[in-house]
Design a protein around this ligand. Structure first.
Ligand SMILES: C[C@@](O)(CCO)CC(=O)[O-]
Length: 427
């Protein structure tokens, strides 16, 4: 009779032999597996899009597949340089057949600065890693990719805006009238090819004004995502700028104004002349010629502080401020109606009405606490020439005299047509 130890030993040996035999069969069967995925990769700007159209795990089902995409290129020093862009582990048979469209998972870093203007391949590698048996590795090489020689550039321009009536009160729900003017800010965006160049920073250089602003790109992205999901209107009746253009404009406005009404970025993005009330936009078609003399008093103001100053005044004197806001609302509605009217009223009559309404609006702005003594100087100067009403539309010598006098007081003057195009992106 065999001892217990002897029997246990025989059983274990038999089990291990069977296991080894099964493993050998499993390994051998790998030779018949046939992974033939095909893949297509597109590059859009610095974005890599990967389409893997077939990747089928074999039926015996104990493998794990590691797949990765690398940009590969040759230099005089190394025959193979790899920049890994994307990878994934495919753990289950059910997940082995997939179709994805993604941007690169890892940054396209060109450590040696060798890629600029160079051809490179995009290679999809996959390693089939069985728990038992031989590891398979294979790849698909897609050639014909090239990064540009210089940094990529995008050019854009956006018009300035003028508010004819309703600024500040519009933040509190009053109607306002605003228009784009034909004075533009031009922006050239350079996308660095090397991500080590200011990786997470977006820098805006306003060369004419000697100003420079820098933001964190990840913060901006968060803001854009938040803004897109919270915005009530996705399209505008005004123009063709995609909402992707409107969203950064509205985000920038929030950074600069704190709690904006949205009128500035709307006009700048979509152009035209508009009536704006609590986010509701009506395009105005002017029935009178409108040109503006715009005076830059060169007095720096902090709009964010002014906007919150008005809100604080409203908290202190809610009833009085509501009367002010209601008055502004009526003024703006009347300005909009005059601009659009087709009635048989002369341009001079219309201008007289707009002049009076603008004067009333100015008084209300003073009662909101947002005016400045330099604006009084501008008003006094234009009044001397009985020109207040003409500032919206008059041209010629009288305006030149006003400009001369205003500029001799240290102000800067521009004449502008109003109601033009909104923001545009040109490549
Ligand atoms: C002062 C304000 O009314 C316009 C500034 O151009 C602010 C806003 O409406 O967001």
């Amino acid at each position: 009779m065999h001892s217990f130890g002897y029997r246990a030993n025989a059983l274990l040996t038999f089990a291990v032999t069977i296991l080894a035999f099964i493993c050998a069969i499993a390994s051998f069967s790998d030779n018949f597996s046939n992974q033939t995925p095909s893949a297509q990769i597109q590059i859009l700007s610095s974005l890599v899009i990967l389409n893997i159209n077939w990747f089928q795990k074999q039926p015996h089902g104990n493998d794990e597949v590691f797949a990765f995409v690398a940009a590969e290129y040759e230099t005089s020093k190394n025959s193979l340089n790899q920049v890994s862009l994307w990878d994934a582990i495919i753990p289950e048979k059910e997940e082995a057949n997939f179709w994805i469209q993604i941007s690169n998972k890892y940054r396209f870093i060109d450590q040696g600065h060798n890629l600029r203007g160079k051809d490179f391949n995009l290679t999809l590698h996959w390693h089939v890693m069985p728990k038992t048996g031989k590891m398979f590795a294979d790849k698909i090489v897609m050639s014909g990719y090239r990064l540009p020689n210089a940094n990529m550039e995008v050019k854009a321009r956006a018009p300035g805006k003028i508010i004819l009536a309703g600024e500040h009160a519009v933040v509190h729900g009053s109607t306002a009238v605003a228009a784009a003017i034909d004075l533009y800010t031009y922006v050239t965006l350079r996308l660095p090819l090397h991500s080590d160049e200011n990786n997470d920073r977006l820098t805006l250089q306003l060369k004419d004004l000697s100003l420079e602003f820098t933001w964190s790109v990840s913060r901006l992205k968060e803001g854009i995502a938040y803004d897109s999901s919270n915005r009530q209107r996705s399209s505008s009746p005004l123009g063709s700028l995609p909402s992707s253009g409107y969203t950064p404009a509205s985000l920038g406005e929030k950074i600069i104004h704190g709690k904006p009404s949205g009128i500035d970025n709307t006009v700048s993005a979509y152009g035209n002349m508009i009536k704006f009330c609590s986010g509701e936009i009506t395009r105005l078609k002017s029935n009178m010629p409108l040109r503006m003399l715009i005076t830059n008093t060169k007095v720096g103001r902090n709009t964010k502080a002014l906007v919150s100053g008005v809100s604080e005044r409203k908290v202190r004197h809610p009833e009085a401020m509501n009367y002010v806001f209601n008055a502004v609302d009526s003024i703006s509605k009347e300005v909009a109606a005059i601009i659009q009217t087709k009635d048989d009223i002369s341009v001079t009559e219309k201008e007289e009405s707009v002049k009076e309404l603008m004067e009333m609006n100015q008084g209300l702005l003073e009662s909101m606490g947002v005016s400045h003594s330099s604006i009084d100087t501008v008003i006094q100067t234009t009044l001397k020439h009985k020109l207040t009403s003409k500032l919206t539309g008059a041209g010629g010598t009288v305006v030149e005299k006003v400009v001369e006098e205003l500029e001799s007081s240290g102000f800067q003057c521009f004449t502008a047509s109003i109601g033009g195009k909104g923001a545009e992106i040109c490549f």
